[in-house]
Design a protein around this ligand. Sequence first.
Ligand code: HEM
Length: 151
Amino acid sequence: MNSLLKRALLLIVTLSVITPVLPSLHASAGEKHSELEDAMEKMNGAFRKLRRQVADATKNANSLELVANLRAASEKSVDLAPKLAAERPEAERPAFIAAYKKQMQEFVAALAPLEAALKANNNAEAEKIVADLGARQKQGHKEFKKQEKKG
Ligand code: HEM
């Protein structure tokens, strides 16, 4: 085999190894998930399922597990800060983070009555509380989450 052919082969082999790895390197460099985003993803998984089944009393044991997941992730979120905080003027940042923290603590506090309602098989009440948690999610995102650019 002549040396030109060898070099061409080496180039092909190298490229075939590197190319599939490039997109993931790009993603991990440019779109690193914050700890808060990771906690939010956990909340999302639990909350979506909870919303679907909260009215069904035969699923209350599992619903309580989902609430426990929500609790763990939201308690963790209390001690984290939104990405948006970094974009606030330095003088406003502590108040912004404190307001976020307070709202997240109120979310955590709203889980106790939900647990009580599920334990008491009071699914009508549990449904109401889940709707209220959905409203808290909406409000929290409006105030503290960076809005996605449309278009
Ligand atoms: C049922 C309740 C909630 C659910 C299911 C939920 C879900 C989510 C999801 C899916 C994201 C996007 C994560 C990503 O980009 O990977 C997110 C982001 C975020 N959420 Fe929530 N959320 C909830 C409640 C709240 C509350 C109560 C607050 C504020 C008090 C809040 C504040 C935020 C913030 C600030 C972000 C942006 C993350 C960052 O800045 O690092 N969320 N949430």
